[in-house]
Design a protein around this ligand. Structure first.
Ligand SMILES: Nc1ncnc2c1ncn2[C@@H]1O[C@H](COP(=O)(O)OP(=O)(O)OP(=O)(O)O)[C@@H](O)[C@H]1O
Ligand SMILES: [Mg+2]
Length: 251
C-alpha cells in the first residue's frame, strides 16, 4: 500500500520474516509517513512486535528490505546499526526505567553516555526535559519506585526524547493502565508530537487499544497474519470495509 504522497520515515518493501520455520511477516510492504502519528493495530500474535524489531534493525529480513530515513538497514553493519538507533526514541509498556537511578539520573543517562555535554549543560537539558513532560522539581530526585505509574511513563518519555529522536516508537503505551492514566499518556504522546513536529519527528505507536489510537493518530495500519491489510487516514479507518478491521473496531 503505497498511495500516500507524504515523505516516508520508514519504508518497508516485500518484508518476509521466517522464524523457526514459521512465516511471521509475509511479503509486507508499507510506508510510514514522516512527521505524522501512525498507529499499527492488530490482534495478539499478528506480528506487531516483530515489525517493530525490524524497524529498529534488531531483526534481519529473511527477504525484503526496511528503509529508515532513507537508509536500507540491510546495508548497515552491527556497529552502524547501533549508531543508527540513536535516531529512535522508545517508550516501552512499563517505561523500563533503571530502578536504582533517580528520575534525573535516568534522563541524564543517554546524555552522559552519548554526548559530550558538560555537567551544567546536562543539568539544564534534564531539567527542561522533565519539566516538558510535567514532572515537578520536587520529584526529580525520586527513585522510580517512589513515583506513580503515570509519572514513570513521563520520565521514560523524557529519557526517550533526550537525544532528540527523529522517530519516537511507542510499544503498547497504554496497555494495562487505568482510564485516567491512559488519558494522561495519550495527551503526553500528542503534546510530545506537537512540541517536536517542527523538527520533523515521526511517531509510531504499536497498540491493540483501538479507542485510544483513534483519538490521536493521523494514520492507522492494521496488521494481520504478517500483512498490512488496511492502511488509511484515521477518519477513513473507522469506515473501513475490511471485515477484520470492523471486527476489531467493534470489540
Ligand atoms: N523468535 C521467534 N521464533 C518463532 N516464532 C516467533 C518468534 N518471535 C515471534 N514469533 C511468533 O510470531 C508471531 C507474531 O509475534 P509478535 O510478537 O510479533 O506478535 P504481536 O502482534 O506483537 O502480539 P502481541 O499483541 O501479543 O504482543 C507469534 O505467533 C509468535 O509466536
Ligand atoms: Mg507484541
Amino acid at each position: 500500500m503505497d498511495y500516500f504522497e507524504e515523505e516516508k520515515a520508514v519504508d518497508i518493501k516485500g518484508l518476509t520474516t521466517i522464524l523457526g520455520g514459521q512465516t511471521i511477516l509475509n511479503n509486507l510492504s508499507f510506508g510510514i509517513p514522516k512527521n505524522k502519528i501512525t498507529t499499527i493495530l492488530g490482534f495478539s500474535g499478528a506480528g506487531k512486535s516483530t515489525l517493530l524489531k525490524h524497524i529498529l534493525g534488531l531483526l534481519k529480513p529473511t527477504y525484503g528490505s526496511v528503509f529508515v530515513l532513507g537508509k536500507n538497514l540491510n546495508d548497515l553493519s552491527e556497529f552502524e546499526l547501533k549508531k543508527f538507533r540513536r535516531h529512535f526514541g522508545m517508550l516501552f509498556q512499563y517505561a523500563a526505567l533503571f530502578d536504582s537511578l533517580s528520575a534525573y539520573e535516568n534522563v541524564a543517562f543517554p546524555l552522559n553516555e552519548f554526548t559530550d555535554l558538560s555537567e551544567d549543560e546536562v543539568e539544564e537539558k534534564v531539567y527542561g526535559l522533565l519539566e516538558s513532560v510535567g514532572i515537578k522539581v520536587d520529584s526529580f530526585f525520586k527513585l522510580p519506585s517512589e513515583l506513580s505509574g503515570g509519572m514513570r511513563k513521563r520520565v521514560g518519555l523524557a529519557r526517550a526524547l533526550a537525544l532528540g529522536p527523529d522517530i519516537m516508537l511507542y510499544d503498547e503505551p497504554t496497555t494495562g493502565l487505568d482510564p485516567i492514566t491512559t488519558k494522561m499518556v495519550n495527551d503526553l504522546i500528542l503534546n510530545t508530537y506537537r512540541k517536536n513536529v517542527d523538527r520533523g519527528m515521526t511517531s509510531i505507536i504499536i497498540s491493540h487499544d483501538v479507542k485510544v489510537t483513534l483519538e490521536i493518530s493521523d494514520f492507522v495500519a492494521f496488521l494481520d497474519h504478517g500483512k498490512i491489510v488496511e492502511f488509511l487516514p484515521v477518519k477513513d479507518f473507522v469506515n473501513s470495509q475490511n471485515k477484520l478491521v470492523q471486527e476489531f473496531l467493534a470489540l
